[in-house]
Design a protein around this ligand. Sequence first.
Ligand SMILES: *Cc1c(COP(=O)(O)O)cnc(C)c1O
Length: 460
Amino acid sequence: MKKRQIFLNQDEMPRQWYNILSDIKMNPPLGPNGNPVTPEQLAPVFPMNLIEQEVSTERWIDIPEEVLDVYSIWRPAPMVRAYNLEKALGTPARIYFKNESISPPGSHKPNTAVPQAYYNKVFGIEKMTTETGAGQWGSALSFACSHFGVECKVFMVRISFDQKPYRKTMMAAWGGNCVPSPSMDTRAGREALEKDPNTPGTLGIAISEAIEAAVGDESGKTRYSLGSVLNHVMLHQTVIGLEARKQMEKVGEYPDIIIGCAGGGSNFAGLAFPFVLDKINGKDIAIYPVEPAGCPTLTRAPFVYDHGDTARYTPLLPMHSLGHAFVPPPIHSGGLRYHGMAPTVSQLVNEGICEPRSVTQGKAYAAGVLLARTEGIIPAPETNHALAAVVEEAVRAREEGKEKVILFNWSGHGLLDLGAYEAYLSGNLKEDIDLPDTLLTEAGEVYAGNPKPGKLSSRR
Ligand SMILES: *Cc1c(COP(=O)(O)O)cnc(C)c1O
């Protein structure tokens, strides 16, 4: 029998998260008056303990015991050597992945949902509101809230609400309350419905709704939660990469190539950031965030100041953005349909430390099916984008005759995304979503008048 899985004992689980803000310089988020946002301005939206984490520049931040306790339900996550994929591709590359699909909600998202629910609880918050695209984040936060006795309300992007009814049921099973977005519950939702009663919804609109629902609650006991993009989310996800580093060490390996799919950037960042530190310090690693060609934030949109949501409730964030009013085509990968990108990931791309790629929906599903037939797990549609890049790199290694070590993040399973697989397997999935430049230019008009982020450099 091959030694396929590389385990850590539970007492080898990381006790601290890695904070990349200690090692890179960032443009600050800007408030309505054009000045950097103060913690006080964010206080109606997030609990202060998370705001402190958002702006911290400490390199290592302790993981609270209560969080470790919930993590231990599924962590440490195994690392797997993808022997069968290597064989199927005839590649000399050695391919490893972190299997984040084994968490109860089925993705990496509870890595941050759990600490967010914990810090809200400790701060005295009784209810959390959030948005969800494909439903992964809504189910992760419902799961996390159930552990800490916090109420959870989820605004789910309409197209996914209709396509993925079982995600709602999952949320309900963990006690969460899920409504389709745009909804009539908020001003942002009502305005979106007025403009287009048949809108498929966007993450940008759903974020506006969830922020409004939190800030508008007069009890003061409700806060908003974001499942990606923000610094503290990237921080919590680094538990993935920190485990991965230990696991690679156990088998005497170090990656040449790191790959993760990127929607808001968190699962990619979680795996990559601990290795980014090595790269800043001189290691030679190629680090690829992979996005869908139908929502090409890092590969085709500029690095600008833009809002994180459609109704412009959030501060201006320095990030690659397609424009806060951009409505991505209805690709079967709800988790990657976001107009912006984590400022940290955007900054690293801007500096050339991470090199973004995009893949079409057809290529993504072809890779997903290949992985299902070799490694066994049916991947989430989002993960399929990473897989397409893994296959490309493994084939390149074969053509060049190079023994590359490839490490990627298996961000989730696709067992509640079978409608999309059905479409792919019956030949009804749209292969290519071709976005003309003019569409992107028009969408970008919304940030044309904003300040420009400055050039900063993290290279030592
Ligand atoms: C949400 C999600 C993503 C995309 O979000 P990131 O913040 O970019 O990680 C990727 N994969 C899965 C399985 C998801 O649920």
